[in-house]
Design a protein around this ligand. Structure first.
Ligand SMILES: [Zn+2]
Length: 454
């Protein structure tokens, strides 16, 4: 299959510069050629003379299962620990259909707003049941056509052992590690154009035992897997780590083997400059989650300092109970604005945001040979945006920055993943959006009922 994207008004490749009136030739899964006036017999031509093109976005932190608990009245105005304690009681009522449908919903929203690769941090398992939850997400990713890098998350430190989650949502370490091995063997596809890879994701210092963090790091080293967790999200977490383990969060994790370039941490808000320098030295990646950090009042990560130290910074929308939307373009705008309110008007520029959302994610996921920029030979993960909307009138002097500064509808006109069209004319091509809305709303209402909150 050959597709020619013809005469793109503005093309931002991220790594090779910005061009006007350029063409992109896609052959099968690959970007075959990026040039002016490509002449080639193709199966399909898309006129992009009024569109702008960017690489597909890469989301590096999410909890899909939270999508059915967006915006619940009792958790709208609380900080992380109280927010978690409330939600554990709802999440323990999730069932496999909820995992599938909430995953599909989260990915639908992200794909419509330009995401072509996403991770998911699925750490909630009901005791020893539902080990197949990750399969429900994988099924949803396949159906919608998303490049997917889920993490087998875990919790092993319950309230009775001094942790935060209740017994009902933690598992024992042996079972967790056996399941990690099983799904890595079954699903982790190391091929360059793979649509599915697996990482390991013990949840956080306050919900996981040190032993589990250590064995996860050892197993990840042996199998060359990526490791992901939450870190330094709140001051409460810092107090918890100092009180229980005698270390600040980052030092605690370092001692357990989480100190190398296969690690990426979500949030990383409460770090001092010495810790940031050490993370840079160790090649550790970050998933910045500005909306969630503002929503829960957690604080502002030192992104300009991290970029200065050349840390691999990527972007994540975080779970939908602490962001309430998976709108990725909105998250990019939030990164720009939070960075400026915290660190000054010149601290973060639009290209910093675009790089973070694309090649930054590819670097964090060790996948920059394939995704994160528009280059010949890379996977054809491309987004096309239509700025012919009242909200962009007067912003067209810099069409790429306009996507961040302006706009009321963050819907991509076209999205390509591995050369396949997944969004066409602003709508998902592989799934029925109306059917998803109906099924998702029904399933979420049923969940609230089971949890006794409506
Ligand atoms: Zn999170």
């Amino acid at each position: 299959m050959k597709i020619l994207i013809k005469n793109i008004d503005t093309l931002e490749t991220v790594t090779k510069g910005r061009f006007n009136n350029y063409d992109i030739l896609i052959k099968d899964k690959i970007i075959k050629k990026v040039a002016k006036n490509i002449c080639e017999t193709v199966d399909r031509t898309i006129d992009a003379s009024s569109l702008v093109a960017l690489p597909g976005f890469i989301n590096t932190h999410h909890h899909f299962y939270q999508t059915f608990t967006r915006n619940l009245p009792k958790s709208q105005d609380v900080s992380l620990f109280d927010w978690l304690k409330f939600h554990y009681k709802v999440w323990e009522k999730l069932n496999p259909e909820d995992i599938y449908l909430s995953g599909l919903t989260a990915m639908a929203e992200m794909m419509l707003t330009g995401v072509t690769t996403t991770t998911d941090h699925l750490y909630l398992y009901k005791n020893n049941q539902f080990d197949n939850w990750i399969e429900n997400e994988i099924q949803a990713a396949k159906e919608i056509g998303m490049r997917f890098y889920p993490g087998r998350g875990s919790m092993s430190l319950s309230q009775k052992d001094g942790g935060l989650p209740p017994d009902s949502v933690v598992q024992d370490e042996a079972r967790i590690m056996a399941h990690c091995e099983d799904i890595v063997n079954k699903y982790h596809d190391r091929e360059r154009l793979s649509m599915l890879r697996i990482s390991l994701g013990p949840c956080s210092p306050f919900s996981v035992t040190p032993e589990l963090l250590k064995v996860s790091a050892e197993y990840a080293k042996k199998e060359e897997l990526l490791l992901h967790t939450h870190l330094a999200e709140t001051k409460d977490e810092e107090k918890f780590c100092i009180g229980k383990f005698g270390h600040r969060p980052y030092d605690y994790m370092k001692d357990l083997g989480w100190d190398n370039d296969r690690v990426w941490y979500a949030h990383a808000v409460h770090l001092n400059n010495k810790e940031i320098a050490d993370m840079a030295k160790n090649g550790i990646g970050i998933s910045h989650c500005p909306s969630s950090n503002m929503r829960l009042g957690s604080g502002a990560a030192k992104i300009p300092e991290m970029l200065k130290k050349r840390i691999n910074v990527s972007l994540g929308v975080d779970g939908s109970a602490s962001n309430d939307t998976s709108d990725f373009l909105a998250e990019m705008r939030q990164m720009l604005l939070l960075g400026r309110v915290a660190w000054g008007a010149g601290a973060i520029k639009t290209m910093d945001v675009i790089k973070t959302a694309t090649i930054g994610g590819a670097n964090v996921l060790h996948w920059n040979d394939t995704i994160g920029s528009i280059e010949e030979g890379k996977a054809a993960d491309i987004t096309l945006w239509d700025l012919n909307d009242v909200s962009y009138i007067g912003a067209q002097s810099d069409p790429i920055a306009a996507l961040i500064f302006s706009g009321r509808c963050h819907q991509a006109r076209y999205v390509f993943v591995n050369g396949g069209i997944t969004v066409e004319d602003g709508h998902l091509k592989n799934i029925d959006e109306q059917m998803l809305i109906k099924r998702g709303k029904t399933a979420s209402s049923r969940l609230w009922k089971r949890a006794g909150i409506i």
